[in-house]
Design a protein around this ligand. Structure first.
Ligand code: AMP
Length: 586
């Protein structure tokens, strides 16, 4: 029955997607019209004098490009309880907290039913394509998903992370149950108040249902790596729980205890099996297929700031394929991965032209130009007028601009994407980086991607010593004169001093942007400093975000920490155990 239902859904979803992308430009115009018809009476659009106009030309002429900051006064009024139509025709009834790992604190974003709908459309679209390539059977999914705390804003609106809003929705449960696979863990685990306990129980429930698990999932790949790093420490306790049928005393939250205890029976045979399998593994290589023999793939967002975790994820996944999940943000979904066969490094995302109106600001590097652009934190690119989805060009890079059904109009998301191809007429995007994340002192301009490449290069030196970079971040230190780059590394073990000195030289040389190398040569930028932090430091950063109301599901390690993010900077600096200055340009 389920098989039949699934097949029917999949075929119709693919058919619908093919139709939608046939003339994506036309669908975009219709989508904008619909958004403006629904929300034209909103104060924001009225103030801009849009009147009843719903065409692309009037919209672009009257509505300015904005950032979150520009909309903040409106969003704040909504959060404070102003029920008049401010950004949308129908009042907004809940608020999402974006991960805010860039700015250091979560941002408020309007959330409504339409966002749930588009999330489901994205999920079912990519699932349809994935299942065509890698069919799963009936069963369960080991999902490392976590709801975050909910709270009420001053005006009484529920505020929580977008993923929590989605996980709590009926549609999500329905889609998961009927079409994909149900989570092994009960809701009490997903929405538990203590994520350490939830994580332990996700692992335990996954083991209880080990033969039924069809795939392993988390929203962002970081959570899967984090889960298995934890597994390395708690696997024996998990075996004991299964052997004795009694939940570990570390689980203290009554609702979690009750829900998970209901699933536990003494099962010495399963416990022995797991124990023996774990013992047979060499440094946990292939632990996922070993313990979940019917899993077909590992699934989650693996692109952008998740790329540094791929190596470790591949290690745990052994020969199981890794599939990168879709592209979107708390502000709204954008595109689905319809080419699941591609490795995460090559993943593309096909834009769904009916879930929002999308514009693209062309970004061109200014060859040899050291001058600064006039916009915000953007030093690297020359900007041009935004173009529509039907006008983007293959191979070019753009900043994403989103107009949504939830009250954001021409909103700069801050992400840079590259056009990797087209599915029918809709572009397939490759995620390049977040634009604001940039190391810059004067003439130098380095993005998150540049930092990632440098760390990858230098980490080869520690890999030769059988060590790994567990996580990393960076900071521009202007307290010295001249200022210099600081790279923070947490390592899996202790490295020799000479190796770390070579690493800092290597990092310094790996930033090849001419602005940086030129300034380094004349010592207008000081020697790069590699600071090694104690084991567990990045866990403290994660705990800090969770304490602010963030969710593990949406966590992205801050890759560049400014002084405005003082708490994280303080966590990093107070855990430094060694500091190594580069002599690359001496
Ligand atoms: P949040 O602020 O928690 O809503 O996270 C949204 C941000 O996560 C986006 O603006 C992107 O920078 C990043 N993101 C979302 N999906 C992907 C993806 N598939 N690949 C890379 N980065 C992504």
């Amino acid at each position: 029955m389920l098989e039949k239902k699934r097949k029917f859904c999949i075929d119709s979803v693919i058919e619908e997607f093919e139709e939608l992308t046939e003339d994506a430009g036309k669908v975009q115009r219709e989508t904008l019209k619909k958004i403006l018809q629904e929300n034209g009476k909103a104060e924001y659009l009225q103030e801009l004098g849009l009147g009843d106009r719903t065409d692309v030309e009037s919209f672009r002429a009257r509505v300015p490009l904005v950032t979150h900051e520009d909309l903040e006064p409106y969003i704040q009024r909504i959060a404070d309880g102003d029920h008049s139509p401010l950004l949308t025709g129908k009042p907004i009834t809940s608020i999402s907290l974006s991960s805010g790992t860039t700015q250091g604190k979560p941002k408020f974003v309007p959330f409504n039913e339409e966002l749930v709908q588009s999330t489901m459309q994205i999920y079912t679209t990519s699932f349809a394509f994935r299942n065509r390539a890698y069919p799963i059977g009936n069963g369960k999914a080991l999902q490392f998903i976590y709801g975050s705390k909910q709270f009420k804003t001053k005006g009484g609106l529920t505020a929580t992370t977008a993923t929590t809003n989605v996980y709590r929705s009926k549609q999500f449960k329905h889609t998961m149950k009927d079409i994909q696979s149900q989570c092994c863990s009960p809701d009490e685990v997903i929405f538990g108040p203590d994520f350490h306990q939830s994580l332990y129980c996700h692992l335990l429930c996954g083991l209880i249902y080990s033969n039924e698990v069809q795939f392993v999932f988390s929203t962002f790949a970081h959570s899967i790596v984090h889960a298995f790093r934890t597994f390395e420490h708690v696997w024996e306790d998990l075996c004991t729980d299964i052997r004795e049928g009694v939940l570990s005393s570390r689980i203290t939250v009554p609702s979690i205890r009750a829900a998970v205890s209901r699933l536990l029976r003494p099962n010495p045979q399963l416990a022995d099996e797991i124990y023996n399998k774990c013992m047979s593994l060499s440094s946990w290589y292939g632990v996922i297929p070993e313990l979940w023999p019917n899993a077909k793939y590992v699934y989650g967002i693996m692109t952008g700031s998740m790329e540094p975790y791929l190596k470790k994820l591949r290690h745990y996944a052994g020969d199981l394929p890794l599939m990168s999940a879709d592209y979107g943000a708390s502000e709204g979904w954008i595109a689905a991965n319809v080419e699941p066969e591609l490795p995460p490094e090559k993943a593309t995302f096909a834009v769904l032209p009916n879930i929002g109106y999308f514009e693209f600001i062309p970004l061109r590097e200014k060859p040899g130009d050291q001058g600064l652009d006039n916009v915000g934190s953007n030093y690297r690119y020359k900007e041009l007028e935004p173009v529509g989805l039907a006008e983007v060009k293959l191979g070019e890079e753009y900043e994403m601009v989103v107009t949504s059904f939830a009250g954001l109009y021409r909103y700069r998301l801050g992400d840079v994407v590259r056009i990797a191809g087209f599915h029918n007429s809709t572009p397939k995007l490759q995620f390049v980086c977040r634009r604001s994340l940039i190391l810059s002192i004067n003439m130098d301009k380095n993005t998150e991607k540049d930092l990632q490449i440098a760390v990858e290069e230098a980490s080869k030196l520690v890999a030769a010593e059988k060590l790994e970079v567990v996580d990393f971040s960076s900071h521009v230190d202007m307290s010295s004169d001249p200022g210099h780059y600081v790279i923070f590394w947490e390592l899996s073990g202790e490295a020799r001093e000479d190796v770390l000195n070579s690493c800092s030289d290597c990092l310094d040389r790996a930033f090849v942007d001419p602005g940086y190398t030129g300034q380094r040569k004349v010592q207008a930028i000081g020697p790069l400093e590699l600071r090694i932090v104690q084991k567990g430091t990045f866990q403290k950063i994660l705990d800090h975000y969770l304490s602010l109301g963030g969710a593990l599901s949406q966590f992205k390690t801050p890759r560049c920490v400014g002084i405005s993010n003082s708490k994280v900077l303080q966590i990093l600096c107070s855990n430094v155990v060694g500091s190594y200055f580069s002599s690359a340009y001496d």
